[in-house]
Every structure is written in C-alpha cells, then in structure tokens.
Design a protein around this ligand. Structure first.
Ligand SMILES: [Zn+2]
Length: 227
C-alpha cells in the first residue's frame, strides 16, 4: 500500500478507497486498452488523469492533474493546493502568508517576480515580527543587524539584493540579470526557515511557558491546602 502526505496538515495517509479516487477526462469513454496492462499508462486517446486525495486527519482535498498522451503530456499541476507552498498557522499575519504563497505559485513561471515577492515577504516579516519600519528595506535590514546572528543577517541582506533584481530596473536597461527557478526556490526555502525560526518558535515557547506557569500555580495551591 502506498502513502501520501497531506500538503495541508503534513499527515501521512494510506492510499485506499476511502482516501483516494482517480478519474480520467478524455474524448474517449475509457482511454486505455481494456485488456492492457494497467501499469502501462500509455492511453489510446490523450487524457487528463485527476487524482483526489481526502485527508482523514484534516478532511481537506488535494487534487492533482496529470496529462497522459502526446497532446497533453505537458500538463502536470496541483489544482489544490495551488502550489507547493506549506500551510503556515493563522498566527502569522495573512499578508505575509499571501506573499509567500504567491512567491511559491509563480516560481517556475516567473522566478524574477517570485524573488520580488520573497523580498516583499521578508519586509513584511521584519516589520511585523521585529517592529522595525522605515521607508526603505535596506534601512530596516541595517537596524536588524544587531538583533540577530551575524551569519543570518548576511543571508537576509542577500535576499534583499537578489529580490532587487526584480523590484527595480537595472540602471542600464540592456543589462538583464536573470534568476532561475532553482535560485528563486532557495529564497522561498529561506522565507520558510525564517517563519519557522521566528514565528513558530516564539509561539511554541509561549505555549511551553504558559504550561509551566500553570503547573507551578497548581502545585502552589495544592501545597497551601496541605499546610
Ligand atoms: Zn490533512
């Protein structure tokens, strides 16, 4: 039995009749040889295979479309969720999550625009998480320098510079600096890393602290009862 990881909640589910359905969309009623080997997926008629997964944990649907056959074999797309973006919790501001998700959604179509969105996402994070707000990102990043580890700061300043390529026209408009999808994907990874390191760590720390304080309060009141 194969398994599938839910992109919404990261739960691993077993793929069976309850969690998985497959449909073929085509001009043909059934686009495969009826007595053909099911593992040989070359259809008689071009078709789009649509896979539905229903997560037993969060009950969300993941839907993937794949083209099979010469006329459609360039189709390979996740219909839901729209991209490989991770689902971050609601306590991260919506504007930041949106920029991040859009940066993921267009990373292959326009890596330069994706890098620009990653840069804007970074600015949103610095303003919200660190409470630093200035007219220019470069000034905000400079103010961040003494608050975070030196190596991390250097990398963040790097995102700013790379994202600049998309955000501002080069002085010489004939000079085109390209960003490839792998490079734009690396920036997305870094945004994910910062969201984990800053927002999620802070949230988990707060929960842990609250738990400890509550345990302490409970013990103190128990002690009072026995005195
Ligand atoms: Zn799920």
């Amino acid at each position: 039995m194969s398994s599938f990881q839910c992109p919404f909640c990261s739960n691993f589910m077993s793929v069976d009749f309850g969690t998985f359905a497959k449909k073929y969309v085509s001009f043909a009623e059934y686009p495969f040889e009826s007595n053909g080997d099911p593992r040989n997926r070359t259809p008689n008629e071009s078709c789009v295979e649509i896979d539905f997964y229903k997560c037993p944990n969060c009950e969300k649907y993941s839907i993937v479309a794949n083209g099979l056959g010469t006329n459609v074999n360039n189709i390979s797309s996740s219909l839901q969720p729209k991209s490989s973006a991770k689902q971050f919790p609601d306590y991260i501001p919506e504007a930041i999550r949106q920029d991040y998700e859009e940066a993921c959604a267009i990373v292959n179509l326009s890596p330069k625009a994706s890098a620009t969105l990653s840069r804007r996402c970074l600015q949103g994070i610095i303003r919200d998480f660190w409470g630093i707000s200035k007219a220019r990102l470069i000034d905000e990043i400079n103010e961040l320098q003494n608050k975070i580890p030196a190596q991390q700061w250097k990398v963040i300043d790097g995102i700013r510079r790379i994202g600049n390529i998309g955000a501002h026209m080069e002085k010489d408009i004939n000079l085109i600096v390209d960003i490839d999808p792998d490079e734009a994907q690396k920036l997305i990874k870094l945004i994910e890393h910062l969201l984990d390191q800053w927002y999620i760590n802070r949230h988990e720390q707060e929960l842990l602290y609250t738990d400890i304080i509550d345990i302490d309060k409970a013990k103190q009141s128990e002690r009072k009862k026995t005195e």
